[in-house]
Design a protein around this ligand. Structure first.
Ligand code: IMP
Ligand code: MG
Length: 195
């Protein structure tokens, strides 16, 4: 798996320092409040679990799933699942956590969803921010790193479902990206043939 990575953008030490900083900012912002951290699956699970362990104030944890990507790198439609029940949203202070803010559609949609279901405060925290890719206006309240317009994998971020378990953030070799895309496409075809 490591051989498929062409270049490491953020190593483990840099990631630790970035999460330490953002955790402090979140702690200061929510000090004295009850709040719920909502981790957006699947990509933010690694970041969210590191983040909350560095926030030394009471919080609750919830998950939603929002997939805007199919097996490739092009944005598709957004599907939202596992929304917390009404009584877990109404009047609650929410911190939405995602792996990367790209076009902004995921965060924009989820912020609207939580606000319209009666959340008191909805703030957002992202591991990576790619401001150059924004399609809808959205600024994260907290972000660990800004990255340039490159497709990145690792630390929760996937390509066709793979590479989430890389402990760093990197860019794939073009050859690896083609190989994984090809095998995902083959699996899709095999599945639709047997359905
Ligand atoms: P948005 O709705 O376009 O902001 O997309 C956010 C989602 O797109 C993220 O949660 C990721 O799942 C996916 N995504 C965007 N850019 C990348 C990338 O560079 N690598 C892996 N996934 C990405
Ligand atoms: Mg993804």
């Amino acid at each position: 798996m490591h051989n498929d990575v062409e270049r490491v953008l953020l190593d483990e030490e840099a990631i630790r320092a970035g999460i330490d900083r953002v955790a402090e900012e979140v702690t200061t912002a929510f000090e004295g409040m009850d709040f719920t951290v909502v981790s957006i699956l699947k990509g933010s699970c690694i970041f969210a679990s590191d983040l909350i362990r560095r926030i030394p104030i009471p919080l609750e944890l919830a998950f939603v799933s929002a997939s805007s990507y199919g097996d490739g790198t092009e944005a598709g439609k957004l599907k939202v699942n596992f929304l917390p029940a009404g009584n877990e949203i109404e009047g609650r202070n929410i911190l939405l956590v995602d792996d990367i803010l790209d076009t902004g559609r995921t965060m924009h949609t989820l912020k609207d969803e939580f606000t319209s279901r009666g959340a008191a405060i909805v703030k957002s925290c992202v591991f990576l921010d790619k401001p150059s890719r924004r399609a809808v206006e959205f600024n994260a309240d907290f972000r660990a790193f800004e990255v340039e317009d490159l497709f990145v994998v690792g630390f929760g971020l996937d390509f066709a479902g793979r590479y989430r378990n890389l402990p760093y953030v990197g860019v794939l070799q073009p050859e690896a990206q083609e190989r994984v895309a090809r095998s995902a496409e083959e699996a899709r075809i095999a599945q639709s043939a047997s359905a």
